[in-house]
Design a protein around this ligand. Structure first.
Ligand SMILES: [Zn+2]
Length: 395
């Protein structure tokens, strides 16, 4: 049997509502979440939380509260799913041990939704007209026919080709978004890679590859330092508006980092695909414990999402059929990529690698990336499989 496997991607599209449209969206999200909260209480009181039970209990009333058929069903599902998740969390012990205070507190009250919690819309309540860059969407004050949207060409192309019919409406930092799920067939895996591209994550350079590419972090680091100063200033202030500002700021910073991680991962995967190679990444589980740096650098390293970069690379690689392996990161920066002599003194400075044994001299990050590439090859040759984290990626 021939099966095509699919990669799930969530495409995040920004909406550009007029002030009146924004009000209607706001009203809609609020109405859905108020209904969800109302239903959550009733479900709790009745001790029944399955979707079927909730539908029998409250469908008519949800409609009487102003939700049309599909939104009412989505609210039912949202509440039923939230109780299922709560039960799973209680069972898994992630809310404390049975009979603990925290467990008791979580189990003793109905689930609750924020006034702006995301709400799913299916293709009966939402239709895309991507050529015109608008959507038409159900609201509590009627169908909104011409809601403008914006996105990168790549995002819109994904939506046009692969959108699966259900999207979440959400508001974040005062902006409106639709999160649309796309299922994309992945390219057949290259099972005979012609070597590996090693990726060395760093601070001065966010990533250096054994293919010779270097992605500078200078501009970001400058931002990062300024961001950190502003954050601690706002923290000291501690007022409500300072907190709000800090939150908005953190959101902007995360988006900037995400954009850059997208660009870097795209380049790295394209290079590996073009040269028919796999990609070797350091297994960074536990990097925080492992890395010992001077304090300012430590602050910067922690605020940078290497994990996100690795995830993006793994996903894009999977879509492109490029194998990815994770290697042991121990001593990658102290090992000579030519003679494999390992010595701390091989690193006279942060930037320079100079082998004590054979005299090989190289940019330190580049030397590390060659070690990672070599280890990638050995890992693959030993029979390691290409691994990709099992979560849904948002682009
Ligand atoms: Zn050497």
């Amino acid at each position: 049997m021939h099966t095509v496997s699919l990669v799930k991607l969530v495409v995040r599209v920004k909406l550009l509502p007029t002030p009146e449209q924004a009000l209607a969206l706001d009203e809609t999200l609020r109405a859905c979440n108020e209904s969800a909260n109302w239903l959550a209480v009733r479900a709790f009181e009745h001790g029944r939380t399955s979707r079927a039970a909730l539908q029998a209990l409250a469908y008519a009333e949800l409609k009487a509260r102003g939700l049309s058929a599909q939104p009412a069903l989505h609210v039912l599902r949202k509440v039923a799913d939230a109780y299922t998740a709560l039960r799973a969390n209680l069972k898994a012990g992630s809310l404390g041990r049975h009979r603990s205070k925290r467990y008791g507190k979580a189990a003793a009250k109905p689930v609750a939704f924020r006034a702006d919690a995301a709400q799913p819309f299916d293709d009966r309540c939402l239709s895309w007209r991507l050529d015109d860059r608008i959507v038409s969407i159900w609201t509590t004050s009627g169908r909104m026919k011409r809601l403008a949207l914006t996105g990168q060409d790549e995002q819109l192309a994904l939506l046009t080709a692969h959108c699966q019919g259900e999207s979440d409406l959400m508001r974040q930092d005062g902006q409106w978004y639709l999160l649309a799920t796309c299922e994309i067939p992945e390219t057949t895996l290259n099972t005979a890679p012609d070597g590996f591209v090693g990726v060395d994550p760093g601070i001065v350079n966010i990533a250096t590859t054994s293919a010779g590419a270097r992605y500078s972090g200078r501009r970001l680091n400058r931002h990062r330092e300024a961001d950190r100063r502003l954050r601690s200033k706002l923290q000291k202030k501690g007022t409500k508006s300072a907190k709000r500002r800090a939150k908005r700021h953190a959101g902007r910073q995360a988006r900037r980092a995400r954009d850059i991680n997208h660009k870097i991962s795209k380049c790295i995967v394209a290079e590996a695909q073009r040269t028919s190679r796999g990609i070797a990444l350091e297994d960074l589980t536990g990097i925080r414990e492992r890395v010992r740096l001077r304090k300012p650098q430590r602050v910067m390293l922690h605020s940078w999402s290497f994990h996100q970069l690795g995830t993006f690379i793994a996903y894009k690689a999977r879509r492109a059929g490029v194998p990815v392996v994770y290697v042991d990161p121990t001593y990658t920066s102290q090992e000579c990529s030519q003679c494999h002599h390992i010595d701390r003194r091989n690193r006279p400075s942060q930037a320079v690698f100079a082998c004590q044994a054979c005299g090989f001299v190289e940019h330190a990050d580049l030397n590390s990336s060659h070690n990672i590439a070599a280890r990638g090859w050995w890992t693959w040759a030993r029979g390691a499989e290409s691994t990709v984290p099992a979560l849904t990626l948002t682009v």
